[in-house]
Design a protein around this ligand. Structure first.
Ligand code: SF4
Ligand code: SF4
Length: 430
């Protein structure tokens, strides 16, 4: 047997003479005496040791079988996934005027029509639900709660359809948090509301500058007041967008929230993300953890620093995990307010990446998305592959004009991943 290509080996900071081994492929972790490492490579471990390390993914039978396993990574995920996710952009309107808003000039009074909403429901019921055990809708905007009536109608119909088919239906809101309160949450939970992602851009003074109402008034007090009401009812993921100038002040936001009674017991996850100037042409929408990346030098310090500050205060952060870009997963679609269909919220409004129309039900292939652009010698040889898979297609397209090239994150992983793995161990989370 041979060591896997996709492992990190890090000296244990608290136990001299020991190493931390982390498998990016299996997400497993083990602490080993460093004397065992050469024996992993020369094949002189005992059968029992080899068996354990094989089971945890640190040893593999041979290089070609591991390579084959990686090449089929998304085939396996797609074959075994019993849940489909559909993102619906209810509007492109907003009651806030954040200077960095990713919708840019596309923002305005554009709303999902009743016909388009009905077509999205029809698509979910006829083309997604029959082959899945559960359906999750992510309601995005603009600000989705400016479309509360449509949101409620779509959720009610899908809740009923899923119930009568014996399937599970849940939905999440990606909201600025100004229009959600305890009463609305109480009304939406029985329809399937399970998660809310909100954004607070630092302590009150910073946030009010970064996320003001259209009138110019600050939104911090209202968002935090609302959060206290609904946080006990749903899983809340608190996000926040920082800059090189603001990130050092974000720990103070956490202290202010704790003083306000918003504790780890009622906040599911905290994870802040940069507004990175490298990609000034495009800011990522609220995307799954891991979508956003940059190797700007200040970020390589900011990312582990903020993670540490969050963990130190007892809040939960997403664990280091595989990069699952929705472009590689079958069945996941994004329906824009005008019925256009895409594979990622960040691609909305880019006609070259429009893959269908929910009103006509006509879908095209996604050749332009260059599936498997990471199936190169360089990526297959790279230990970070399971956490990267070629990075973000959207950012790759912004940089190179097409999705054929990768958005390489090597420098970022080199600078941050080992620290993040050690944070997991030293905080007792692993
Ligand atoms: S292209 Fe993929 S990785 Fe990039 S934002 Fe969209 S889903 Fe995330
Ligand atoms: S894009 Fe870069 S970091 Fe990602 S797997 Fe390929 S070589 Fe590794």
């Amino acid at each position: 047997m041979l060591p896997s290509k996709y492992i990190r080996i890090i000296p244990h900071p608290g136990r001299p003479g020991n190493l931390v081994l982390f498998s990016l492929k299996r997400l497993s972790l083990i602490v080993l005496p460093e004397t065992l490492l050469p024996r992993m490579y020369d094949g002189s471990l005992t059968d029992e040791q080899s068996e354990l390390l094989y089971r945890l993914g640190f040893l593999v039978e041979n290089t070609s079988s591991e390579r084959e396993e990686m090449l089929r990574f998304f085939d396996r995920i797609n074959a075994s996934r019993r849940r489909a996710t559909m993102t619906i952009l209810l509007n492109l309107d907003c009651n806030l005027a954040c200077p960095y808003c990713y919708e840019g000039s596309g923002k305005g009074r554009h709303y999902l029509s009743p016909e388009t909403a009905a077509a999205a429901v029809e698509h979910a019921v006829r083309r997604i639900l029959p082959s899945k055990d559960s359906l999750q809708i992510n309601f995005h905007g603009g600000e989705p709660l400016l479309s509360l009536r449509t949101l409620r109608e779509v959720a009610e119909q899908l809740h009923l359809a899923a119930n009568s088919a014996g399937k599970k239906f849940t939905f999440n809101l990606v909201t600025n948090g100004t229009l959600l309160n305890g009463k609305i949450a109480e009304e939406l939970v029985p329809l399937g509301l399970s998660g809310v992602k909100i954004t607070i851009d630092g302590p009150k003074r910073l946030h009010d500058l970064s996320r003001p109402f259209v009138s110019g008034k600050g939104s911090y007090d209202l968002i935090v007041g609302n959060l206290k009401e609904y946080a006990p009812l749903v899983n809340v993921h608190l996000g926040g967008n920082y800059t090189r100038e603001s990130y050092l002040e974000f720990p103070r936001l956490l202290d202010d929230l704790l003083d306000d009674g918003i504790t780890p017991a009622i906040l599911r996850f905290v994870g802040f993300a940069p507004i990175a100037s490298t990609f000034s042409e495009v800011s990522l929408p609220d995307s799954p953890p891991g979508c956003c990346t940059s190797d700007e030098p200040w970020l390589l310090e900011a990312v582990p620093f903020l993670r540490e500050e969050i963990i130190r205060r007892g809040f939960d952060v997403p664990k280091p995990s595989h990069a699952i870009c929705s472009i590689e997963t079958h069945d996941d679609i994004v329906v824009s307010h005008d019925g256009s269909v895409y594979r990622c919220p960040g691609l909305v409004g880019r006609p070259e990446y429009r893959i269908g129309d929910i009103l006509t039900g006509v879908f095209s292939d996604i050749e332009s998305h260059c599936l498997g652009n990471w199936k190169t010698e360089e990526c297959l040889d790279c230990c970070y592959l399971p956490f990267c898979f070629g990075g973000c297609r959207l950012l790759g397209a912004v940089k190179d004009g097409s999705m054929s090239g990768v958005d390489c994150r090597k420098a970022q992983f080199d600078a941050t991943l080992d620290t993040i793995i050690l944070q997991e161990i030293l905080s007792g989370r692993a």
